[in-house]
Design a protein around this ligand. Sequence first.
Ligand code: ZN
Ligand code: ZN
Ligand code: ZN
Length: 477
Amino acid sequence: MTISGVSALPNAKPPAARATVALVGTSHPGSAISPAAWQGALHFQDAEELLTSDFAAEAIVLAPVDETQAIEWLHILRRDARLGLKPVLLDRPFGAHAMQLSDGVAADTATAARHASEMAQRAADAGQPTATSEERLLAFLHLRPKHILTPVIEWRDTRICHYPVADTCCAPGEDGFELIDRLRSRGLLENTTLIERIHACHRCGAGQLLFVEHCPQCGGIDIGEQNFLHCYACGHVDTQETFLRHDALLCPHCNARLRHIGVDYDRALETLSCRTCHARFTEPEVKARCLQCRTSMAPDALSQRRFYGLKLTAAGELTARTGQMGDVFKLIDEFSHARPEYFLQTLDWLIDVSRRHPEVQFGVVCLTFANVHELAARLPRQRLVQLFDALAQRLRTLIRTTDLFMRESDSHCWLLLPQTSPAGMEVLLQRIAALGKTLTSDDQRIEIAVSARNSGDIPEAALGARVLMSMLRDPAG
Ligand SMILES: [Zn+2]
Ligand SMILES: [Zn+2]
Ligand SMILES: [Zn+2]
């Protein structure tokens, strides 16, 4: 291993202690690299050279010759156990695949170092093992709160679409899609927007399909477009050529002279014919042939795949941070049907209605699990799951089907109680307050703080749901 390093860049000083930036690549036309901008960065010829060195890069900047090299280096680096989660930046913008695997563009050492220190702060918050592919993918997203896992199109890929980041988190033989499906079904990843819809073979799932038009009668593929004329006098239908004689149209069957379209003749609806069986038809039969397994099928028999952008859920965020909270809220989430946006909308609407019609009463309750992180740090995971499962079972009995329940985060849950009087709410609040106490011994108790408002005592200052909720979330502030 040689670090061609500092001496390769004129004017470069030895790397400063704080800026452990690795610059990978050689100078080439179009590169934004100027020696002045990369002072303090250690220089490597390619990704392999960086990996075989023991240089503890906190940020890596790639200056590849082209996009193919950018993608190749990004895959090599992201798969590396030691450096894979570090910020990897590009010296200039590339296509979607490279950008998805990178942390954006940096034009100098200072920008790269700033990325590194931002990420180091989030990493300190997590510090969880990243041994399995699940842990790696969660950690990658936790370190990059704005990153949306986005599929990219690749014609060589059997499925046409793939998630490059998930692929690089996989162990050899593992599948990026299965990894994503596992995390999604555990509620740790959620869909954002629909990015692609792809038709796939119903037998093997491949997306490489050949669409071919066939004759509906004999199934042959030698079909073509033709003009057919229809003689009104005898009803004969044939190709336009058979009617043409000495620049005039004569029916080959009854010899009638066809002068005026719509009076003597018209064009037949069928415009396609088969050269094998001579059938005439208006619509060919379309068949899709899978290029992987060679199965032929009708287009409506194809399966459809939807590819979404993906991000961490609150539970995914928590799992990335604590490494052990993933299933803790499983039972609570089973009856937490309201999504945060829906909860917010409904609360806004109820506030409006009850201002105009004071007889419409409702209550809104904020439950705070005050010591959830302290418990997570102290108790074995199984015990924590048991505690929250028991809480979930009791909570469920208190909630009416008309109530909205929403888990906002690992420490806050919300209840919206339509048609509830202050007296009715008081009873419920007492029961909720009793929940934590009756569950278990003092040192293994979920502390539940409850703050609530009835529609009658919502202050005018609480202009909408958002303001009201922040007042309840933080009653002291
Ligand atoms: Zn197939
Ligand atoms: Zn035919
Ligand atoms: Zn005729």
